[in-house]
Design a protein around this ligand. Sequence first.
Ligand code: PLP
Length: 435
Amino acid sequence: MNTPDLAAWWMPFTANRQFKSQPRLLAEARGMFYRSADDREILDGTAGLWCVNAGHGREEIADAVSHQIRTMDFAPAFQMGHPIGFDFATRLAEIAPAGLDRVFFTGSGSESVDTALKIALAYQRAIGQGTRTRFIGRERGYHGVGFGGVSVGGILNNRRVFTSLPGTDHMRHTHDPARNRFTRDMPDHGAELADDLERLVQLHGAETIAAVIVEPVAGSTGVLPPPKGYLERLREIATRHGILLIFDEVITGFGRLGTPFGADYFGVTPDLITTAKGITNGTLPMGAVFASRAVHDGIVKGPENLIELFHGYTYSGHPVACAAGLATLDIYAREGLLTRGAALAGLWADTLHALRDAPHVTDVRTIGLVGAIELASRDGAPGARAYDVFTDCFRAGLLIRVTGDIIALSPPLIIEPDHMGRIAETIRAALERAE
Ligand code: PLP
């Protein structure tokens, strides 16, 4: 394949000039593999971008999308509806954690986050708590790139140039390698960090705080599973102070941990869950916010002729995305993918933790079918070593993701043991070559 003209596409979260001087182009995808534009097989260690949970090129989804475009390509969802949107919401509600069975459709994870934050404000106002306008996020959280998500997010480079919503504050992150190095599943230490929410209540006043948002497992900043007891404690403090708890499950939703949602895995039920990515197996942009009955009913009340929530997107409940989503849920159900990770998590953990003696490795973390390998940074060049490992792996036929000096892995949930072995071998070889 000829290299296309690379000038016009201003690429997202990319070092554009460096990339365009040595592009890495993916051209085809099937099952566990991509094929690069220069015709090499690339094992997908990241499910695309944490989204292709059922593997690539699923014919059923392609057929459903094609059929839906031919049947009805688009329909408005403002004061109108379409059966496939209601069918998809019903199916999602059936697999949602108990009680979170009201579904608001969005077009992405970022939109889901901003939607959940707005729902939280609307709910607090609707129940007579209109002074609650503040949001609490967490350091090292990633909640997408809308102004709401950036404000509650905790990544310096995503925040420093952009104005944040007034009044947002952050709990400390839970990453504590000194106490929790080489943890499988949940780390032992750090539950007390949830008390940061109590501290912020004492600082700002509970009556100013609408919601607290966390990823059950922080993904984008390097796979940080919650310490044992942490999420329970957060739930208890939030409830005690009338603060809504939002789980951002854009990554942990749809089977990543071996349960349908992270809330199921940890046995902690939030008031709102944000999702995207795996909802359509990454095939079409879509997201959804799951709301508890209490939150939904708190807002959807009053005169029946009035719009209850002044919020929504042209593409909320897009019929083609709903078709993709229904076909995706069918595959998840038929192949047991929402729980398959539970059976594979032990082998996944063994495979990755065996890399603890590889050069440069300072920590390995695994939970469900997610994993991270943290490297010592090269002196004066943070991130450079992991970037070199990333490009080396790509040349050797493996797609990984790196953030700073952390390698993050989240393969499609159809992964087999031999793929796991290949991922670990390729990374080990790259680490051995790395300076
Ligand atoms: N929230 C979390 C936890 C994410 O991991 C992501 C994306 O990786 C987002 C939100 C943003 O999703 P999107 O890129 O679809 O806007």
